[in-house]
Design a protein around this ligand. Structure first.
Ligand code: TXA
Ligand code: MG
Length: 330
């Protein structure tokens, strides 16, 4: 565990950041917290360094990586054709958990998986922002999990998945939202959400003042390459409990671990993993991925999870639950 370094998420020690930046500049990989989940990053302008990210995670080569920036100069360096109206919006929403697909420039084919576009975001977290500034490079970073596993919310989960395959892990405590950024593709008349995330569809509609469609809901909407892979899933079987009655029945039969709200858990006589109150979907989001890892470590062979209201961050919660249960219902 000697690749783990503690760092204050609010005011990161400059010396630690300098050391991490040196790792980035020599082509290494650094895992760090963001406001969404932990990422594992490398110099986005160095194809060989980015190749290392794919190796470390066991990630499919055709799945492009989000590039993290700390200022708009970097945005202009790696993208082209950005409309002034869109730039003004990005100046309002960034830093924040919104990734946007733009036409690429001056950036290699490894992080972008050979596409003509690049996904960019400016994270709202001091550690990556300071790391990008100290290295002077945009940083390509997918979530810091083993490919297919739930994204990490804690540095210890990064270590469980990637161990010493990553050169340095900056432990800044838990990531804030617990689900990844929202990935959007702006089009002439509409904004397509390729992956629902921490930035809500309602907020996007208000800020962009355009129609918002969620990919997969209409046949023409493009799909993000990453969304076709098995994702976010525990290794144990996880089923979606459609009704409270079915959840109670399944848990009473035994050997099933309930994952869900405190409200539903209080109606069961069996063990459960409480995600939080139904009234606070942010709390549910923060505890969701860690609960999948807890299920895997538990004595239970099957988990049953309840569904949540698809408003705000609830859209991302249900998207991840559907992927994790892959159609298995009670
Ligand atoms: O919150 C997050 O977004 C985290 C933190 C570390 O920033 N990162 C993250 O990255 O979740 P990753 O690689 O696990 O997910 C990126 C998603 C994938 O579904 C990928 O296919 C999609 O973004 N993506 C990346 N570049 C794209 C592009 N040019 N066109 C379409 N989709 C793209
Ligand atoms: Mg990921």
């Amino acid at each position: 565990m000697n690749n783990i370094r503690k760092v204050d998420p609010i005011s990161p020690d400059p010396e630690t950041i300098r050391e991490a930046a040196a790792v980035i500049l020599r082509g290494g990989t650094v895992a760090f917290p963001t406001e969404t989940v932990y990422g594992v990053g490398a110099n986005a302008l160095d194809d060989e360094a980015c190749r290392q990210i794919f190796r470390v995670k066991g990630r499919q080569q055709d799945n492009p990586i989000i590039v993290h920036i700390s200022d708009f100069e970097q945005l202009d360096y790696i993208t082209q054709g950005l409309k002034e109206s869109l730039r003004l919006i990005l100046e309002r929403v960034w830093p924040g958990p919104l990734s946007i697909i733009l036409d690429r420039k001056n950036i290699g084919i490894v992080p972008t998986a050979g596409l003509k576009t690049v996904a960019v975001r400016m994270p709202a977290h001091k550690v990556p922002l300071e790391l990008i500034r100290a290295s002077g490079k945009p940083i390509a970073a997918p979530s810091a999990n083993k490919s297919g596993s739930p994204s990490p919310v804690y540095a210890s989960e990064v270590y469980d998945d990637l161990n010493s395959r990553v050169d340095m892990i900056l432990d800044g405590g838990p990531a804030y939202f617990g689900v990844e950024s929202t990935v959007i593709m702006p089009r002439e008349e509409e904004i397509v959400i390729l992956r629902p995330g921490a930035f809500s569809a309602e907020e996007i509609r208000d800020i962009f003042k355009m129609k918002v469609v969620v990919s997969g809901e209409s046949s023409q909407a493009p799909i993000s390459p990453g969304m076709k892979y098995r994702h976010y899933a525990p290794e144990k079987e996880l089923k979606l409990g459609r009704t409270e009655e079915k959840i109670i029945e399944a848990c009473e039969k035994g050997n099933v671990l309930f994952i869900g709200s405190s409200e539903t858990a209080s109606k069961l006589n069996t063990e459960s993993i409480v995600l939080g109150s139904k009234r606070d979907l942010y709390e549910i989001a923060r505890n969701l991925f860690p609960s999948f890892r807890k299920l895997d470590k538990s004595k239970y062979s099957v988990g049953v999870i309840e569904s949540f209201e698809e408003r705000g961050i609830g859209l991302a919660i249900m998207n991840r639950i559907r992927k994790a249960t892959s159609g298995k219902e009670l």
